[in-house]
Design a protein around this ligand. Structure first.
Ligand SMILES: Nc1ncnc2c1ncn2[C@@H]1O[C@H](COP(=O)(O)OP(=O)(O)O)[C@@H](O)[C@H]1O
Ligand SMILES: Nc1nc2c(ncn2[C@@H]2O[C@H](COP(=O)(O)O)[C@@H](O)[C@H]2O)c(=O)[nH]1
Length: 434
């Protein structure tokens, strides 16, 4: 496990130290490991530059993700081919992206539960998916299927915005019996997306996701849900609220999804409302940056030394140096909020925004894993004087998530092609103290 930022403070945990005494202890008590587990729809992103007319002709709504029926998907593909518009092909899926990014950042294991074509031809989309996925992602549990994985036509318009049109192939055919309980032992979190429930009623994917939640609860693994697109939410808002209350520890969403869920346009107020149902919220807001909200125990709250921010909740970031906890683990729960503007104001040139939200979430998940890892290996550390959900404070996680999003905005692919530069590894230096 590489830590989310090398600390100079007493909490720094030298996992690779060559001290012979440490080596001896390690030999007798090998480090406890952890990993992230996710249920995904295996899809390849097929990227093309198009104009607004193209979107209108195919009845696509800009910025969103729609599932097309087979005929419409074929028509769209033929038009892209005919005009030679396809520029890139990458492995995609909001969960696949998140797990891959996590594995790159943490230099550690994640497990993907999903489907894979059993007769894999060299050069096929399934083949490219596998070739371009982090070797730290464990793909051994994938369920073989007879047919293609999904395709996600990622249509980039001149304004850099991305619109998704999905040809689902076999992506929703994951069965509950292909979700093994052993994948959840010692897992740091289970990550799911709202896309998993928008298949046909006969698709087994939704039950596979529910099976994963059942295993996660049994093994005390936090459930993290990313909302994917506002359409999935606004169609059945009340159903999602009940789902969050019953199953979810942390929800990740952008401001549009947040509005669809809560009816609130302001991301801070939306995040605050979502705290009625979950323990922690990550809300990205494009050029406005991102917000986090959550709980900490009154006795453990820590005041920010950064300027206090105005907003619909005045001085809302007052306790952003606190670390997130589950509400039920707090004697006296206090709501905590934090915000960060885009790193360096955003890149000079945004290649495309595809994957920026997934990137932010992968950083948060990395921090949650680091906490579990540290706690398993140094249980008596002062870091664990409360039952925290993450290793770092709200404020530091915001900075880290934002930094990782920036990295994805400066590249074409939705997945990180490399980790963050080592020089920045210390959270106290460089960007963090600007
Ligand atoms: N136009 C932009 N300018 C600067 N930063 C941006 C821009 N778009 C996205 N970001 C950064 O990427 C993060 C996630 O982007 P967002 O577009 O909200 O996610 P999603 O892809 O889920 O809609 C934001 O919190 C911000 O840090
Ligand atoms: N599993 C699914 N993933 C989807 C779907 N539609 C889009 N996507 C993926 O989202 C990411 C980018 O997400 P972002 O919000 O962070 O920009 C992209 O790579 C797509 O593959 C879907 O229906 N199911």
């Amino acid at each position: 496990m590489k830590f989310p930022g090398q600390r100079k403070s007493k909490h720094y945990f030298p996992v690779n130290a060559r001290d012979p005494l440490v080596a001896q202890i390690q030999h007798d008590n090998p480090f406890a490991r952890t990993h992230l587990v996710g249920v995904g729809q295996t899809i390849v992103d097929i990227e093309a530059r198009v104009d607004d007319d193209f979107l209108n002709r195919h009845s696509l709504s800009k910025g969103h993700s729609l599932v097309l029926d087979e005929d419409k998907a074929e028509q769209l593909y033929q038009e892209l081919k005919e005009h030679d518009l396809i520029s890139h092909e990458y492995p995609g899926d909001t969960i696949g992206n998140t797990l891959h990014n996590y594995s790159v950042l943490a230099d550690d294991k994640s497990i993907l539960l999903g489907v894979m074509s059993q007769d894999l031809k060299i050069g096929s989309y399934a083949y490219r998916y596998l070739c371009n996925t982090s070797c730290r992602m464990d793909l051994d549990y994938l369920q073989p299927v007879d047919g293609p994985i999904g395709r996600c036509y990622t249509l980039i318009t001149e304004d850099g915005e991305r619109t998704f049109a999905i040809n689902e192939g076999q992506m929703n055919q994951l069965r509950p019996e292909s979700v093994p309980e052993c994948a959840f032992e010692n897992a740091s979190a289970l990550v799911l997306s709202s896309y998993l429930v928008r298949g046909k009623v006969t698709d087994p994917m939704k039950n596979a996701a529910l099976k994963a939640i059942e295993h996660a609860k049994k093994h005390d693994v936090p459930v993290v849900l990313t909302l994917g697109t506002k359409y999935v939410i606004e169609d059945k808002k009340e159903w999602w609220i009940e789902f969050l209350k019953e199953h979810v520890t942390c929800v990740a969403m952008n401001e549009e999804e947040a509005e669809a869920l809560t009816g609130e346009k302001d991301p801070l107020i939306a995040a605050d409302k979502a705290l009625d149902w979950v323990d922690m919220v990550l809300c990205t807001a494009g050029p406005v940056g991102l917000y986090m909200a959550g709980y900490t125990d009154d006795a453990l709250k820590r005041e920010s030394t950064l300027p206090l921010l105005p907003g619909h909740i005045p001085e809302f970031n007052k306790y952003e140096f606190s670390r997130p906890m589950m509400k039920t683990d707090c004697k006296n729960p206090v709501r905590v909020y934090s915000h960060i503007a885009p790193y360096l104001g955003g890149p000079v040139e945004i290649k495309n925004t595809n994957g920026a939200g997934d990137a932010a979430l992968s950083a948060l998940l990395h921090d949650m894993s680091a906490n579990r890892y540290h706690k398993a290996n140094v249980p008596n550390s002062g870091k664990h004087n409360g039952k925290f959900l993450s290793y770092s404070s709200f404020s530091q996680i915001c900075q880290y998530s934002n930094r990782v999003s920036y990295e994805v905005l400066t590249q074409h692919a939705p997945r990180l092609s490399r980790g963050l530069p080592e020089r920045e590894d210390c959270l106290e230096e460089a960007y963090w103290e600007r």
